[in-house]
Design a binder for this molecule. Structure first.
Ligand code: SF4
Ligand code: SF4
Length: 435
């Protein structure tokens, strides 16, 4: 195995192939706090890509209710259990060590445990031939994508045989909780699906980091389905090959004939359709070391690297996923830390007490169809201030300004202009009660 650097883990790790990074990387930030669980994104994807025979069970975009929900059912519990068992065999812990973040090389500290690539040899003998720790879900586990939707509360609680909670306990944030987790393929920097494929049918595009399965080369061995820890590769029983999210690449290339906008990159279907305005997509520039190029004008760079308000999902898997989440403020921190790693408290404090820059960028979510490559802020008047309490219990003063934020597309053309305070328009009497 080769030695590659994974900045989300803050260290080098083992990977079956040598490191090679795209020029730009498809990435996105999802703000969990805003999601209303309407599933519009899910249906937008379904009606575009997975409406054919053999694809009935496929939901390349799904929104599951945590902590109970999952598609396929129990996906995260199952892979976490496998990882945990592998660590037990080796007497190791899935621990994070605090370190200094040098130029974006270890923003969350250093992961001392093993990834799905490093732990495979220590887990079940049937995995002895595998390159990645994983499991193949049973058909029944793909059958109920919405299972436990809107079901609360959670782990550690006594449940009856149907999974309903017998009694609740007092949690630090809320007595009971649930939140929506929006999931698509992460177009990982070190894809587990690609690492596991014996046919070399999976590849990562050098221009945008999108991970695709060559339908001609694939023989349907399902090694990728077994290996993807996020379970985002799906086997088609009709065509006998595996399929996955393609990041709506015709839109990324500006080639979607139905919405031509001077050939500039357009956000994917799931992002464009988002009713809750929770999604912001980007194509971030990478350097030769596999790090995001410093870019204070790119909204995604500011969210992920400068402010660290958006975090990867289960970074310890080691695939370096490229979808980032602003964690929900109301859910128990211990639950969130196991899901998003040690950056959770900082991220929630940033979100609870946003800087002017963060508040401005949050207005850009789902405000336009074109992918933003740059933003600028024009300062406005102060609206109000108020006291907020941070994770440590310390008080801080939140100041809110009516700033205006301007977004630019790939060719540098302004494509969105929004202010922090939403303008109010009063309908004139001449149009009263008419639409
Ligand atoms: S999320 Fe899974 S299917 Fe998508 S690139 Fe990563 S490993 Fe592959
Ligand atoms: S469309 Fe947006 S708000 Fe609705 S479920 Fe999807 S991510 Fe959440």
């Amino acid at each position: 195995m080769a030695d590659v650097f994974n900045w989300q883990l803050g260290r080098n790790m083992k990977y079956p192939y040598d490191a090679k990074y795209p020029q730009r990387q498809f990435a996105a930030v999802f703000n969990i706090n805003r999601c209303i669980g309407c599933q519009t994104c899910t249906m937008a994807c379904k009606s575009t890509w997975t409406f054919s025979r053999g694809q009935e069970y496929m939901w390349w975009n799904n929104v599951e209710t945590k902590p109970y929900g999952g598609y396929p059912q129990f996906w995260d519990v199952k892979i976490l259990n496998l990882l945990h068992e592998a660590h037990q065999h080796q007497n190791k812990a899935m621990r994070w060590k605090k370190t200094k973040n040098q130029e974006g090389k270890s923003p969350y500290g250093e992961y001392e445990g093993m990834t799905v690539f490093e732990s495979v040899e220590y887990e079940h003998p049937e995995n002895a031939q595998s390159r990645v720790l994983g499991y193949l879900p049973q058909d029944s586990e793909w059958a109920k994508p919405n299972i436990h939707e809107d079901t609360s509360p959670a782990h550690g609680l006594e449940t009856d045989r149907l999974g309903f909670v017998k009694k609740t306990v007092r949690l630090p944030e809320h007595e009971s909780f649930f939140f929506y987790l929006q999931r698509i393929c992460n177009h990982c920097t070190y894809p587990a699906c690609l690492a596991a494929c014996p046919r070399k049918a999976i590849y990562k595009r050098p221009e945008d980091g999108v991970v695709l399965i060559d339908q001609e080369r694939c023989r349907g061995y399902r090694k990728c389905v077994e290996a993807c820890p996020y379970k985002k590769a799906m086997y088609n029983g009709q065509t006998k090959v595996t399929e996955k999210c393609i990041a709506c690449y015709p839109r990324l290339e500006g080639k979607d004939a139905s919405i031509t906008l001077d050939g500039v990159p357009i956000e994917t279907r799931c992002m464009s359709a988002c009713v809750g305005k929770i999604r912001l997509q980007g194509l971030v520039e990478m350097n030769d070391e596999g790090l995001w190029k410093q870019d204070a004008e790119n909204p995604l760079y500011v969210l992920v690297h400068k402010l660290q308000v958006a975090l990867p999902l289960y970074p310890e898997f080691g695939t370096e996923p490229n979808i980032y989440y602003i964690p929900p403020r109301w859910a128990p921190r211990s639950y969130l830390r196991q899901m998003f790693g040690p950056g959770v408290d900082r991220a929630i404090d940033q979100y609870a007490n946003p800087t002017r820059e963060l508040l401005a960028i949050l207005q850009l979510f789902r405000a336009q169809r074109e992918i933003l490559f740059k933003f600028q802020i024009q300062n406005g008047p102060k609206l109000f201030d108020r006291e907020v309490t941070l994770s440590s219990g310390k008080k801080a003063v939140l100041e809110v300004y009516d700033d205006t934020v301007i977004g630019y597309n790939k060719v540098g053309k302004e494509c969105v202009r929004v202010s922090v305070q939403e303008p109010v328009y009063e309908r004139p009497k001449s149009h009263f009660n008419s639409i």
